[in-house]
Design a protein around this ligand. Structure first.
Ligand SMILES: Cc1ncc(COP(=O)(O)O)c(C=O)c1O
Length: 328
């Protein structure tokens, strides 16, 4: 049996868009100067980093000086969570989040709880949505931060961020959202969402791995995770990579066009219809039928675990490296 491989897991990672790699290429060879230097060799790199900040800010509807380049979504999340706690430790010791966050939120919170921070994990309903009333009930005068993901990486459920952020604002509490999965798929305007901090990850939106960004609303000051020279306006030390900034900038420029997502949604829905035709009641849709990322289809094969379906010898085949291929 021959197997044609189709890569569908764009929530795990995306390929680098050819337009992104074309923009990046000259920065591997030509613009090698340190963006922080004050001479001719730095000019190209410095200009490129600052130019690249604009499309990142544009996809979030914020100011350029509200964007800090990071090494990815995990670092952006760590900077948001630890940066708030270390900066505002006198003002609170409680964080509210959800039980379905990515490990890039759960693990820094586990670390912070070892330092004495109390963390409340809100439950979600059967479709993966948090109830804003549960959020309201969880708040205390010691709550310093709420962190709720914009869209879930597994089932794609989109959270009621506007409503949750409004509750945070009413109580004078900072609000962070992990938007690693939503940027480029659904609108992510920080002012519409009403968030103070937002993380994004380049490799989820056709930029390379190893680059991301944190939106930090003007007026909010975080303790840096990486202390050193004054890069990124003193918010993240380490010589900026013009190569990666340019890649993220181009990817964010492309990500502003959400029209392509209509086609992706149509393909996803077609796939779901075909699966239902073939498997009937033996499959079930996970996540929210409406409030869901347009690219995400997560199904359960009733009574069977994923590994069985993915790697079953009886149903499928194995490639040269022994990975199973499901012949759906
Ligand atoms: C929701 C979410 N947050 C954060 C991350 C981490 O991003 P990165 O791999 O860029 O560190 C991921 C990656 O899978 C993710 O899905």
């Amino acid at each position: 049996m021959t197997t044609r491989r189709i890569y569908l897991d764009y929530n795990a990672s995306t390929p680098v868009d050819p337009a992104v790699s074309a923009m990046m290429k000259p920065f591997l060879t030509d613009h090698y100067g340190n963006p922080s230097s004050g001479h001719w060799a730095s000019t190209g790199a410095k200009t490129a980093v600052e130019t690249a900040r604009s499309p990142v800010a544009a996809v979030l509807g914020c100011h350029n000086d509200e964007i800090v380049f990071t090494s990815g979504g995990s670092e952006a999340n760590n900077l948001a969570l630890k940066g708030v706690v270390f900066k505002l430790r006198e003002e609170g010791d409680h964080i509210v989040t959800t039980s379905i966050e990515h490990p890039a939120i759960l693990e820094p919170l586990r670390f912070l709880s070892r330092l004495g921070v109390r963390v409340t994990f809100l439950p979600v309903d059967a479709m993966g949505r948090v109830d804003p009333d549960d959020l309201r009930a969880a708040l205390s005068p010691r709550t310093m931060l709420i962190s709720i993901m914009h869209a879930n990486n597994e089932v794609g459920t989109i959270q009621p961020i506007e409503e949750c952020a409004r509750i945070a604002r009413e109580h004078g509490i900072l609000f962070h959202t992990d938007a690693a999965q939503s940027v480029g798929k659904i609108p992510t305007d920080v002012n519409r969402l009403g968030v103070d901090l937002l993380s994004l990850a380049g490799h989820k939106l056709y930029a390379p791995k190893g680059v991301g960004a944190l939106f930090i609303r003007r007026g909010i000051s975080l303790e840096p995770l990486i202390h050193g020279a004054g890069h990124e306006s003193g918010r993240r030390a380490s010589t900026e990579s013009a190569l990666l900034a340019v890649g993220l900038g181009k990817a964010c420029e492309l990500a502003r066009d959400l029209e392509a997502m209509d086609f992706v949604r149509a393909l996803r829905d077609h796939f779901w219809v075909e699966l239902q035709k073939r498997f009937g009641n033996s499959i079930a849709l996970n996540g929210h039928p409406m409030h869901r990322l347009p690219n995400t289809l997560n199904v359960s094969f009733v009574g069977r675990i994923g590994a069985e379906i993915f790697g079953s010898k009886s149903d499928g085949c194995r490639d040269r490296r022994g990975y199973g291929c499901c012949p759906i």
